[in-house]
Design a binder for this molecule. Structure first.
Ligand code: ATP
Length: 901
C-alpha cells in the first residue's frame, strides 16, 4: 500500500534521492537516525509467526509410537480397564508435554545461537565510517559495500568501482551484474536496474556506496518473500536414521504383539481380553517412547556447548559430521596465526632496514645492520613508507602511545611502520588526496590507488604480492634515478625474508597525467617503478600450535592453505609442527597438474601456498574423491564454492564475509583454529552421547518385552508388569536417568582415537549385542524375583511391585555402565564424574518410594508396601548388571588389544 506512493528509485538521479531522503554523503546525524528508527522501524524482514503453542503441543502427538499407544489406550478403555487406560493416556500426555517443553528449550537455544550471527553494515553517519548491526539501518543512511558483503537494505548507488552483485535470490540469475550510478528507464526489470543494490543480494566484486531507500519489509526481498524461514527442524541424518529405525521397530513390535496374541489364544488358551491386555503390555513395553526426545536434547546441548567454545553451528547436520572429520584444511592468516602484524624488515635497493617495536606499540627504531639510524637520513625509505601509507585502506585511531586499528591488520602494520618514521596517514592523505583505486582482490593480489598532490603531482601507487608486483615493474628507484629493475636481487631478498616466516609485500609507483581521474588496469601495465619491499611478521597463535597437536593425536590431518608465499607458508607450518612441512604445493603447480597427478600428492602435502579460491575447490574435490571427510575454512566471497563443497565449511566470524558465512555450516566467532578442534571434540562427544542414550534406553524396553514374552510362553496368567507400570518405568527413567546422559562430558580419550568411520551405522554390531545382553540380564533378574516372590506366597501386587523396583534398580546400576561405552567405570570418575547422573538417581529413588508407598499411587498402579529385607535382595540382584557389563567390556577391550598388532 505504502509502495504506491514511493518514487521509482531507479529512474531518479542520485541527487534526487539525496534530497528525497534529506541526506548527504556525510550521512545522517544521530538525531535523524533516532527519528527515522521510530518512524520506519527496524530493518528486519517480517518473520514467519512461529506455530502457536497449542499447535506445537499437538504436533507432539503426531508420531507412530504415540498412535500405537493411543489405540492401545482406547481399546483398553473399551475393555473396561479404566485405570490402565487412564495411565496410558496420562503417559501420552506427559510425554507430549515433556517433548513440547524440551523441544521449545532446544529451539530457543538454537535461535539464540543464530542471533550471534546477525549481519553488520558499514555506514557513514555524521561524517564517520562505522559498523552497525544491519537491522539499525534507516532510509537515508549511507552504506558502503565491498566484495563479500550481503547488501543490507535496498540502496540507490551513487558511487561504484567495478561493483558486481549477484542477485540470484531475487532474479534467479547466478551471474553477477555490473553496477553503475546512472539511472535507468522506468520499465527496467529488476535485473537491469544497475544503479540499485537490493537487500539480500551478494557483492561479488569491487566496491560501492549507496543511499538506503527502503528498509525491512518494503525492500524487494521483503516484498517477494515477506517471510524468513523460522528455525530449522532439529534433526540430522543420524536422528533421521533413528527415527526411521523407531518406525520400523514399531511395526516389528506390532507384528510380534499380534503374533503373541494369536499364540496366547491358540496355543495357551488365554481369554481374548486377557491376551489383548498382554499384547498391549508387550507393545507398550517394547516401544522406546522417550528416545526421540532424548536424542533431540543431546543434539541441542552439543550445539550449545560448541557455541560456548566459539563454534557457531549454522546447519545442524554439521554437529555429526564434525565428529567424523579426517582432514582440516585451514587458512593461515588470522586462523593459525595471530593476525597482529608488525613490519620487521624493509628493503630498498642495497639497504636492509630492521624495524623495532612490537604489536600495538607506536614506537620503534630503524636500524641498518646493528646500528640505529634515523629514517630522515634515507629519503628513499621515506618515499617507500609514504607510498605504503597512501596505498592503504586501513586507518589508525591514535590514542596515548597506542592505537585502534580499523581495517586489515597487514595494512595497519604498514601505517604503524610509517608512523614510526613520522609519517601520518591523515596528513599524507590531506597533502595527496586519493581520487580513485583498484581494490585488492585475491585473484590479482595487489591494489592500486591514484593520487593528486597539492603540489601538482599525480601518482599511481601499487602494493601487493612481490611475485606479482616485481613482474609488473620495469624500473627500480636508485637514489634520485630510476634504473632497469634487477629482478634477481629482489627475488632473492623475497626468498630470504619469506624463509624466516615473514610475509612480504612489494610497493611500486608510477607518475600519471594530472588530468587523469580514473584508474584502470590498463594504467598499470607498464612503466612501474619498484620502490622496495616490506617484511611482516605474524607469529602463529600459541593455542593453534597445541590445537594442531591435539588434532594430529586424534588422527586428523591438518593442512594449511594460504594465499601467502610458499617459503613463508613453510616456515609458519614448521612453527606449527604440521606433519609434512618440507614441501609446499603452489597454486601455479596445482594448475599445471592433472587430477590424477595431483591426487597422489594431496594426501601427503600439508602446505599449499599462493592458492586462489578455485584451487581450494579443486583440492576439496580431490580429497573427497579419496573418500575423506573434509573441514575447510574460508573468509572471502570466492571461497563460497569450496565452503559449500566441503563436508564442513567453516567461515570466519570476524574477518569473514557474509557470502562465506552463508555458504558454511559453521562460523568461528573468534576466527581461531583452536575453536575448530574444540568443535570436533564436541562433535565426537555428541555422537558418543547419542550412542550412549540408545545403549541405555533400548535394553529397558528389551528387558520389559522379554519379561512379558517369557510369562506368556510359560503360560503365566497374570503379567509380571502391567501396561501402566511399564509406562511408568519408561517415562520416569527417561526423564531422569537417560537425560543425565545427554549432559555427559567428553570422555578423556575423545581426542586420542581416530575419527569414526562415516559409513558406520549408529547401531553397530557391538551396540546391538550389548542391548541384547543387558535385556536378558534385566529379564532374568526381574522375572526371577517376581517368580521368587510368588513362590514364597506373595500376592500378585506384591510380586509386581518387586518386579518394577528391580527393573528400576537395574536401570540405576546400568546407568553407570552406560557412561562409557567400552572404558571401565569402576573408578572415581566413572562413578562420580557426572553430577547430573547422581541428582537423577536421587530423584528417581524418591519417585520409586512414592510409587511404592503412597496410597494414591498404590491405587493407581496397583502397588503395595514391601519390606526392607526385600529391598536388600532386590538391590543386590540389580547390582549384578554393573559387574556383568563391566566384565563384558573388559573382554571386549582385551579382544580389541589382541586384534591390534
Ligand atoms: P590466508 O589464505 O592464509 O588467510 P591471505 O588471506 O592473506 O592468506 P590473500 O588475501 O589471498 O591471502 O592474500 C594473498 C597475498 O596478497 C598476500 O600474501 C599479500 O601479498 C597480498 N595482499 C593481501 N592483502 C593485500 C592488500 N590489502 N594490499 C595489497 N596486497 C595484499
Amino acid at each position: 500500500s505504502d509502495g504506491e506512493s514511493l518514487p521509482v528509485w531507479h529512474t531518479l538521479k542520485s541527487e534526487e534521492v539525496f534530497s528525497y531522503h534529506d541526506t548527504a554523503a556525510e550521512g545522517l546525524s544521530s538525531e535523524q537516525v533516532e527519528q527515522r528508527l521510530d518512524r520506519y522501524g527496524y530493518n528486519r524482514l517480517p518473520e514467519i509467526k512461529p506455530p502457536s503453542a497449542l499447535r506445537r503441543l499437538l504436533q507432539q502427538f503426531h508420531n507412530v509410537l504415540i498412535y500405537v499407544l493411543l489405540a492401545a489406550g482406547i481399546v483398553t478403555l473399551l475393555l473396561g480397564h479404566l485405570v490402565d487406560a487412564g495411565v496410558i493416556f496420562g503417559v501420552v500426555v506427559v510425554n507430549a508435554v515433556i517433548g513440547f517443553i524440551q523441544e521449545g528449550k532446544a529451539e530457543n537455544a538454537l535461535r539464540a545461537i543464530k542471533r550471534m550471527l546477525s549481519p553488520q553494515a558499514m555506514v557513514i553517519r555524521s561524517g564517520h565510517r562505522t559498523t552497525i548491526a544491519a537491522d539499525q539501518l534507516v532510509p537515508g543512511d549511507i552504506v558502503k559495500l565491498q566484495s563479500g558483503d550481503k547488501v543490507p537494505a535496498d540502496l540507490r548507488l551513487f558511487q561504484s568501482k567495478n561493483l558486481q552483485i549477484q542477485e540470484a535470490v531475487l532474479t534467479g540469475e547466478s551471474v553477477a551484474v555490473e553496477k553503475s550510478q546512472t539511472p535507468v528507464s522506468n520499465d527496467a526489470v529488476l535485473g537491469d536496474r544497475t544503479c540499485m543494490a537490493y537487500s539480500g543480494t551478494l557483492v561479488t566484486y569491487g566496491q560501492g556506496t549507496g543511499i538506503v531507500v527502503v528498509t525491512g519489509g518494503l525492500t524487494e526481498i521483503g516484498r517477494i518473500s515477506t517471510l524468513v524461514a523460522g528455525v530449522e527442524k532439529i534433526t540430522t541424518p543420524m536422528l533421521r536414521q533413528m527415527d526411521h529405525f523407531g518406525r520400523l521397530l514399531t511395526l516389528v513390535i506390532l507384528f510380534f504383539a499380534g503374533l503373541t496374541f494369536l499364540f496366547g489364544i491358540g496355543i495357551r488358551d488365554y481369554a481374548a481380553v486377557e491376551m489383548f491386555t498382554a499384547a498391549v503390555g508387550l507393545a507398550v513395553a517394547a516401544i522406546p517412547e522417550g528416545l526421540p526426545a532424548i536424542m533431540t536434547i543431546t543434539l541441542a546441548i552439543g550445539v550449545q556447548r560448541m557455541a560456548r567454545r566459539n563454534a557457531i553451528i549454522r546447519r545442524l547436520p554439521a554437529v555429526e559430521t564434525l565428529g567424523a572429520v579426517e582432514i582440516i584444511c585451514s587458512d593461515k592468516t588470522g586462523t593459525l596465526t595471530c593476525n597482529e602484524m608488525t613490519v620487521r624488515t624493509i628493503i630498498i635497493p642495497g639497504r636492509r632496514f630492521q624495524v623495532g617495536g612490537e604489536g600495538y606499540d607506536l614506537h620503534g627504531s630503524f636500524s641498518l645492520g646493528d646500528t640505529e639510524t634515523s629514517p630522515d637520513d634515507h629519503p628513499q625509505l621515506l618515499n617507500l613508507l609514504q607510498a605504503a601509507t597512501l596505498c592503504n585502506d586501513a586507518s589508525l585511531e591514535i590514542g596515548e602511545g597506542s592505537f585502534t586499528l580499523h581495517g586489515n591488520p597487514m595494512e595497519g602494520a604498514l601505517l604503524v611502520a610509517g608512523y614510526k618514521a613520522g609519517i601520518q596517514h591523515e596528513e599524507e592523505l590531506k597533502l595527496c588526496p586519493r581520487t580513485d583505486l583498484i581494490p585488492f582482490e585475491s585473484q590479482h593480489r595487489f591494489m592500486a590507488t591514484l593520487h593528486h598532490s597539492h603540489s601538482g603531482g599525480t601518482w599511481i601507487f601499487l602494493k601487493g604480492a612481490p611475485e606479482q608486483v616485481i613482474g609488473m615493474c620495469d624500473l627500480q628507484r636508485d637514489g634520485e634515478n630510476s634504473n632497469a629493475i634487477d629482478a634477481g636481487y629482489w627475488e632473492s631478498e623475497v626468498e630470504r625474508m619469506a624463509a624466516e616466516g615473514q610475509r612480504v609485500l612489494a610497493v611500486a609507483v608510477k607518475p600519471a597525467q594530472s588530468h587523469q581521474s580514473e584508474l584502470d588496469f590498463s594504467d598499470i601495465d607498464n612503466e612501474l617503478t619498484l620502490l622496495g619491499l616490506f617484511g611482516l611478521i605474524d607469529p602463529p597463535r600459541q593455542e593453534a600450535i597445541s590445537a594442531v597437536a591435539r588434532c594430529q593425536a586424534a588422527g586428523i590431518r591438518v593442512k594449511m592453505i594460504t594465499g601467502d608465499h610458499a617459503a613463508t607458508a613453510k616456515a609458519i607450518a614448521r612453527q606449527l609442527n604440521l606433519k609434512n612441512c618440507s614441501h609446499a604445493l603452489t597454486g601455479g603447480e596445482i594448475e599445471l597438474q592433472s587430477d590424477d597427478q595431483l591426487r597422489q600428492q594431496v594426501r601427503e602435502v600439508d602446505v599449499y601456498a599462493r592458492v586462489s579460491p578455485e584451487h581450494k575447490l579443486r583440492l576439496v574435490e580431490l580429497l573427497q574423491s579419496e573418500g575423506a571427510i573434509i573441514a575447510m575454512t574460508g573468509d572471502g566471497v570466492n571461497d563460497a564454492p569450496a565452503l559449500k563443497r566441503a563436508d564442513v565449511g567453516i567461515a570466519m566470524g570476524q574477518s569473514g564475509t557474509e557470502a562465506a558465512k552463508e555458504a558454511s555450516e559453521m562460523v568461528l566467532a573468534d576466527d581461531n583454529f583452536a575453536s575448530i578442534s574444540h568443535a570436533v571434540e564436541e562433535g565426537r562427544t555428541v555422537y558418543d552421547n547419542l550412542r550412549k542414550s540408545i545403549l541405555f534406553i533400548l535394553p529397558t524396553n528389551g528387558g520389559e518385552a522379554l519379561v512379558i514374552i517369557a510369562a506368556i510362553i510359560i503360560g503365566f496368567h497374570q503379567l509380571p508388569l502391567t501396561p501402566a507400570q511399564i509406562l511408568w518405568v519408561n517415562m520416569i527413567t527417561a526423564v531422569t536417568l537417560a537425560l543425565a546422559l545427554a549432559f555427559e562430558p567428553a570422555e578423556s580419550n575423545v581426542m586420542q582415537r581416530p575419527p569414526r568411520d562415516p559409513a558406520e551405522s549408529i547401531l553397530s554390531v557391538m551396540l546391538i549385542w550389548r542391548i541384547v545382553f543387558v535385556s536378558v540380564i534385566l529379564m532374568i533378574g526381574t522375572f526371577g524375583l517376581f517368580l521368587w516372590d510368588i513362590n514364597r506366597g506373595g500376592s500378585i501386587e506384591h510380586a509386581r511391585t518387586i518386579a518394577v523396583n528391580t527393573l528400576v534398580m537395574f536401570e540405576i546400576f546400568y546407568l553407570f555402565n552406560s557412561r562409557y561405552i567400552t572404558a571401565p567405570v569402576l573408578n572415581r570418575t566413572g562413578l562420580f564424574g557426572n553430577r547430573y547422573a547422581l541428582v537423577a538417581i536421587g530423584l528417581l529413588i524418591l519417585f520409586q518410594l512414592a510409587f511404592t508407598y503412597l496410597s494414591p499411587m498404590q491405587r493407581l498402579f496397583g502397588t503395595t508396601d514391601i519390606a526392607l529385607s526385600t529391598w536388600i535382595v532386590l538391590v543386590a540382584t540389580a547390582s549384578s548388571v554393573l559387574f556383568l557389563v563391566e566384565a563384558e567390556k573388559w573382554l571386549f577391550r582385551k579382544r580389541e588389544s589382541q586384534n591390534k598388532p
